[in-house]
Design a protein around this ligand. Sequence first.
Ligand code: FES
Length: 102
Amino acid sequence: MGEYVKVAKTSEIDDQCAKCVEVGGRNIALFNLGGEFYAIDDLCTHEEGPLSEGYVENGEVECPWHAARFDIKTGKALCEPAYEDQPKFNVRVVGDDVEVEV
Ligand code: FES
């Protein structure tokens, strides 16, 4: 089991938006879906495009580089050109802090 690290305030990420946070030397994309927060690796499994800068719709994020889509809650790769799922991280909210388990 990892440890939870504070990465953001809940107010920093608008609904249906994301923010890239750096934890332990790795970039993680933190998403707000209707007040629930989710975290997946920021670097796309295709060619490392920044998913935190991708288009969010219906719980999915579209990579800004070649349009692969991933399920934000599970990290699952949903279409080509990505075949590998994104690593996913547990998230918890403590007060108004968002914490990610790493
Ligand atoms: S880098 Fe994400 S689809 Fe190519």
